[in-house]
Design a protein around this ligand. Structure first.
Ligand code: PLP
Length: 224
């Protein structure tokens, strides 16, 4: 199957509320151009350096989404051009993004990453940490970032009931936070969940952004 036909195939399964983010980490600019020529404009990358290098050589109308763990000392490289930072996994990172965005006079859209999977991971707010962070309210003073929603990854498992439960938990958190803090702010509307192995379930559970690499480009050379 070609990249173009994979994109067509995935687009056919999307709901009217959902968008495809083509996860292009470790893919060459040539592969990205094949997706681009098939009409794809939103791409997800997980390393600051790699995303910056690709941004330089690829068309300007690409929307770059950052989806990996972002170190604070790398923030400044992506701030001038990033469309959405999906993986804000700590209060300190959000503050750093705000500081860097202020220097560039940008308002940077962000999603907060929530740890919903059973695997141990250092990254992401737990549901309790997320609620505390929202409640505590210091995020409201950050004038150069705007919260657009939540992102999460389900457990890597064949147990699709468990995956569905985790997506459901994320959607409930999203709805709780939206009604609690964003009832007058329409930009809080994104729920980024679903990858190659589980995006059909994510769409059934209300995803607005599926992040798909393998089903689109084929298996990556080095896993991540
Ligand atoms: C790599 C990655 C994806 C895409 O994974 P596939 O299984 O190749 O579709 C999605 N989200 C994040 C955060 C990733 O790191």
């Amino acid at each position: 199957m070609s990249i173009a036909s994979n994109i067509q195939e995935i687009n056919r399964t999307l709901t009217p509320e959902s968008k495809l983010i083509a996860v292009s980490k470790l893919q060459s600019p040539e592969s990205i151009m094949q997706a681009y020529e098939a009409g794809q404009r939103r791409f997800g990358e997980s390393r600051a350096q790699e995303m910056t290098a690709k941004h330089k050589v690829l068309p300007d109308d690409i929307e770059w989404h950052f989806i990996g763990h972002l170190q604070r000392n790398k923030v400044k490289y992506i701030i001038p051009f990033v469309s959405l930072i999906q993986s804000v996994d700590s209060p300190a990172l959000l503050e750093e993004i705000n500081k860097s965005a202020e220097k560039t006079s940008r308002l940077v859209p962000c999603l907060l990453q929530v740890h919903i999977a059973r695997e141990k991971s250092k990254f992401g707010f737990t549901p309790d940490e997320l609620k505390q962070f929202m409640q505590e309210g210091s995020w409201k003073k950050l004038g150069h970032v705007r919260l657009h929603g939540l992102m999460g990854m389900a457990t890597f498992t064949d147990n699709m009931d468990q995956v569905r439960q985790e997506f459901r938990l994320l959607r409930h958190l999203f709805e709780e936070i939206r009604s609690g803090y964003f009832s007058k702010d329409e930009s809080f509307k994104e729920l980024s969940m679903g990858m190659t192995g589980d995006y059909q379930i994510a769409l059934q559970e209300g995803s607005t952004m599926v992040r798909i690499g393998t089903a689109l480009f084929g298996v990556r050379e080095k896993g991540e």
